[in-house]
Design a binder for this molecule. Structure first.
Ligand SMILES: O=C(O)Cc1cc(O)ccc1O
Ligand SMILES: [Fe+2]
Length: 385
């Protein structure tokens, strides 16, 4: 929304009133007998009531009409969205998708709801905050829906008190309401147990005049990430680039980590600088928002890759050969690019649409490693330093 103001901080207890209604936030209590301005009080719980304070999330919303005033939900077409994770056989191969096609403006309009299900990591069912999506011009996006935990900033350990994604760069919108009814009504879509349902109501759901709490939407500009990188030798694990983590109950093991590969300096000495070859007990789903990913040609903006649990992967042959002989001097890595990874301790099932119907699977992906040569020399001798 143009001109919308934001408050800065991550996970804060915020309080906000639409400036058109001063005093709309009840003072000293959440649930007065009658709310200021004749508003309705509604609590939105993002955690069990009894979660410890450190993980308890809830907000109190003061609405023109409460969310409950809607016509009954009825099932709607789910399109290619699925909740059946057994519809295709598991595939442990390296998978890569070409950029997903943006429909021509002459074709049927695609709205957010008909967007395909890409990755869904789920441990329990939980519904969340209502939102609308508006885009300007041709747009692609990636969505990660995490159930059972909320994203947190990762601990910084020896890095210290500052760095990586800094809390102040997260922005939460201030209260803003619209008091609108439209003849055609508003459609609210609810994803419930993996299926879509819709209901009609005659008033705007964006009718919160005042609110307080710590369960809020937020936005974060990835360019604000304070990048840490190796300044001596060897390639650091990509956990140094974690923006947010949704923790599981096992310490250090994430339901999902959101990791980025931002522009940075590469200065490591006597090191093969790009990502190493590896097999990981976590699943790695990657996307490229813009630019070029250092370890792979053929990974295009708007495309994606999935390297499943223990699936071997790493730099393509050109990247390996070039970087094995490169003269190492300080250089900018990933300038003008933004790749990311959703890393999860869960196995990821790919939908029928993703494997088949979308026709974007790059069937020749495996070939990028085929020309890797055997450089083994049994007579190799350490060179004198
Ligand atoms: O596979 C990938 O490209 C992501 C990745 C990057 C890196 O620098 C180290 C490990 C890793 O999984
Ligand atoms: Fe990887």
């Amino acid at each position: 929304m143009a001109g919308l103001k934001y408050m800065s901080g991550f996970g804060n207890e915020f309080a906000s009133e639409d400036p058109r209604c001063p005093g709309s936030l009840p003072e000293g209590q959440n649930n007065p007998q009658v709310c200021p301005y004749g508003l309705y009080a509604e609590q939105l719980s993002g955690s069990a009531f009894t979660c410890p304070r450190s993980t308890n999330k809830r907000s109190w919303l003061y609405r023109i009409l409460p969310s409950v005033r809607h016509k009954p939900f009825t099932p709607m077409s789910c399109g290619d969205l699925t909740e059946n994770w057994n519809e295709v056989e598991p595939d442990p191969n390296q998978l890569r998708w070409k950029p997903f096609i943006i429909p021509k403006s002459s074709e049927k309009k695609v709205d957010f709801i008909s967007v395909k299900d890409f990755i869904l990591v789920h441990t329990a069912h939980m519904q969340g905050m209502r939102f609308s999506v508006d885009v300007f011009g041709e747009t692609r996006g990636y969505i990660l829906e995490v159930f059972g935990a909320h994203f947190e900033l990762p601990d910084l350990g020896p890095i210290g008190a500052n760095g990586m994604a800094n809390p102040r760069d997260f922005q939460t919108p201030v209260a803003w309401y619209e008091d609108r009814t439209v003849a055609t009504g508003y459609t609210v879509v609810n994803k419930y147990q993996g299926k879509l349902f819709s209901c009609q109501q005659d008033f705007s759901p964006f009718n919160v005049v005042a609110w307080h709490g710590n369960y809020t939407p937020y936005k974060y500009n990835l360019e604000n990430f304070m990048v840490i990188n190796c300044v001596a030798f060897d390639h650091a694990d990509p956990s140094i680039f974690t923006v947010l983590t949704a923790k599981s109950t096992r310490p250090g093991v994430a339901i999902a980590d959101f990791v980025i590969f931002p522009p940075r300096w590469g200065v490591a000495d006597h090191t093969f600088r790009p990502p190493y070859y590896h097999r990981n007990c976590m699943s790695e789903f990657m996307g490229l928002i813009k630019g070029h990913y250092e370890a792979k040609e053929g990974f295009q903006p708007g495309g994606a890759s999935l390297h499943s649990i223990m699936t071997p992967h790493g730099p393509d042959v050109d990247c390996f050969e070039k970087n094995s002989t490169a003269v190492l001097k300080p250089e900018r890595v990933a300038e003008g690019t933004m790749a990311f990874m959703f890393e999860s301790s869960f196995s990821m099932a790919v939908t029928k649409w993703g494997l088949d119907t979308c026709h974007r699977l790059d069937k020749s992906y495996y070939k990028c490693w085929e020309a890797l040569k055997n450089h083994f020399n049994p007579n190799w001798k350490p060179s004198s330093k």
